[in-house]
Design a protein around this ligand. Structure first.
Ligand SMILES: Cc1cc2nc3c(=O)[nH]c(=O)nc-3n(C[C@H](O)[C@H](O)[C@H](O)COP(=O)(O)O)c2cc1C
Length: 254
């Protein structure tokens, strides 16, 4: 086991943190968390023998906000493991993009994985994941990564993906608000982008800042912040085929 890893994650609804956390707990005695999701994140120094960098997949890409925050990390030649976490549809260029980004920040990518978690917009996709079988696979991967690190400088890690990357998601709207908001301010507190302000009349969302990450929807204690019903129906139809299949985690070593 390693003594210490830094675990850097962008995780609006917790799936990325959960999947990456399984890996970190298996590989190191001590985990220093660097929460890239935190509002106003403005950089942090990674410590320990390894830096684990985990991001969710939005539209087959790394969310731009996550990319901007990863760029604030300084690698200085440190070893990194990259994890792209997605909701049982596809990860397309996301892991490739993440590896490119992390290398540009000065890290050396020692291993990578594409892992499944619940789809944060449609939780029927990837429901209950990571599950027991995923935990077993992620732990085995951690063992293999440890062996790679013991053998000295790792070689190149090839992952699927193309350049130029897929176009980022186009306009996505903002969450809708049902009757019954108690103006508790949770939505404003959890928004990674600081896009929500709660006034006398309830929450107001800045559509220019909102990245539709579902942090506010998943945290709303009254369940009144929701995916706009029309969009939920459209996505439900579009993504229906992915409810029936089980995507595999994929692991990449040098
Ligand atoms: C705006 C948006 C776009 C998404 N795009 C994809 C996608 O292209 N492919 C996929 O399989 N899952 C997609 N997902 C699901 C997330 O990748 C998945 O739920 C991830 O675990 C979310 O991370 P989090 O729980 O840390 O927020 C998307 C989710 C959101 C909110």
């Amino acid at each position: 086991m390693l003594k210490c890893v830094s675990f850097c994650f962008f995780s609006p609804t917790g799936g990325t943190k959960k999947a990456g956390g399984i890996f970190c707990c298996e590989i190191a005695e001590k985990i220093t968390e660097i929460d890239l999701t935190a509002q106003g994140f403005d950089g942090a120094a990674a410590e320990g023998e390894l830096t684990v960098i985990a991001a969710p997949v939005f539209g087959g890409r790394i969310p731009q906000a996550a990319a901007e925050r990863i760029r604030m990390l300084s690698g200085s030649g440190k070893l990194a493991v990259t994890l792209a976490v997605y909701g049982n549809r596809a990860y397309e260029d996301a892991l490739f993009e993440l590896n490119r980004l992390v290398s540009e920040c000065g890290f050396q990518v020692a291993a990578s994985a594409a892992l499944i978690a619940e789809h944060s917009i449609l939780p029927e996709l990837g429901a209950g994941r990571p599950d027991e079988a995923d935990v077993k696979e992620i732990r085995e991967f951690a063992g293999k990564v440890e062996a790679v690190l013991k053998n000295g400088a790792p070689g190149n890690v090839a992952v699927p993906g193309n350049e130029p990357y897929k176009e980022p998601m186009s306009s996505h709207g903002i969450p809708a608000l049902l009757e019954g908001c108690i103006k508790c301010g949770t939505c404003a507190k959890v928004c990674p982008m600081g896009a929500v302000a709660v006034g006398e009349n309830g929450p107001v969302t800045d559509s220019g800042r909102c990245i539709f990450c579902m942090a506010c929807v998943s945290a709303c204690p009254g369940y009144v912040r929701v995916v706009p019903p029309q969009m939920a129906e459209m996505l439900g139809q579009k993504l229906a085929p992915f409810k029936e299949i089980r995507r595999d985690n994929e692991f990449f070593l040098p």
